[in-house]
Design a binder for this molecule. Structure first.
Ligand code: APR
Length: 267
């Protein structure tokens, strides 16, 4: 994308944001790669190193060996490193502070939108979160940071420190239902928004990938900020191919200029 094309699309998206009143940001793993967390389907991504079949709930429950392997993948593959929000997360959090965000719908489990400053009550995590784990026996819930101080992965699949039950991260494994309330809110906000912005998703996993479809069906504008082409690009009103950590801060600055001009104070 030429610089002129990039700048033109940044201004177009900023103008849509400035004029919208119910904005949804929909994120995938691509929003977190610049925080050091690999995505799934880019070259070198998680599914090029691990078999998705290992991540079904059936395999998790089937044996301590597969359970330990999944814990190790989640812990050691960087999905819960002490990652820090990048410029894209921070820009989305600032949109909320500007009153220009209805909610974030994310497929990510890294808690980085909340760390960046988004109100957790406005972040819908469709695929769960690695911030906590739950004992399938006594149902106790543990903060992952504290739990990792108490469990040793080299001693086998982690067990509940209180009852020795199976510990499961609060993530959604393949074969599991998505969290019903988060999904219901996500569909509702996608159907009621006037602008939905996709940031860093290949849009290939459903039902999450239906959100931009619902928005479009409801007459909303849809924008895509993604490193590579997605199947939804042709239906989007604005498409920006670039790195979210670089593009989103530029969009935020353009939004601020738009808002300042609207009240007669050119920035
Ligand atoms: N900036 C913008 N886009 C990026 C960046 C970046 N820095 N890095 C990667 N991308 C893009 C990639 O080009 C890709 O199109 O982000 C997209 C990431 O796509 P996936 O890896 O498929 O991740 P995601 O869309 O979140 O996958 C959805 O699939 O395996 C499941 O549960 C998993 O939640 C995940 C779901």
């Amino acid at each position: 994308m030429t610089d002129d094309g990039l700048n033109r699309n940044i201004e177009r998206l900023a103008s849509l944001i400035a004029g919208a009143s119910r904005i949804v940001v929909f994120t995938g793993a691509g929003v977190s790669t610049e925080s050091g967390i690999p995505d799934f389907r880019s070259p070198g991504g998680i599914w090029s190193r691990f078999d998705p079949e290992e991540f079904t709930i059936y395999r998790f429950l089937a044996s301590p060996e597969t359970r330990l392997k999944q814990w190790k993948i989640l812990v050691e593959s960087g999905l819960i490193v002490n990652a820090r929000p990048n410029g894209a997360h921070l820009a989305v959090a600032e949109l909320e502070k500007l009153g220009k965000l209805d909610c974030v719908i994310t497929q990510n489990i890294d808690n980085l939108h909340q760390k960046a400053g988004n109100d957790p009550g406005r972040v819908y995590e469709l695929h769960g979160t690695m911030s906590h784990a739950r004992c399938l026996g006594c149902q106790r819930r543990y903060a992952m940071a504290e739990l990792l101080d108490r469990i040793r992965l080299d001693e086998g699949a982690p067990l509940c420190p209180e009852c020795d039950g199976i510990l499961k991260p609060d993530v959604i494994f393949f074969g599991e239902q998505l969290p019903a309330e988060a999904l219901r809110h996500a569909v509702d906000h996608s159907r009621r928004c006037d602008l939905l912005i996709v940031v860093g998703s290949s849009l290939v996993v459903y039902p999450a990938a239906y959100m931009p479809v619902y928005a479009k069906e409801a007459g909303a504008a849809v924008a895509i900020v993604n490193l590579t082409v997605t199947d939804f690009d042709l239906q989007a009103d604005v498409v920006i191919h670039g790195k979210a950590g670089e593009v989103m801060p530029l969009i935020l600055e353009a939004v601020k200029r738009n808002l300042a001009a609207a009240v007669g104070n050119p920035a």
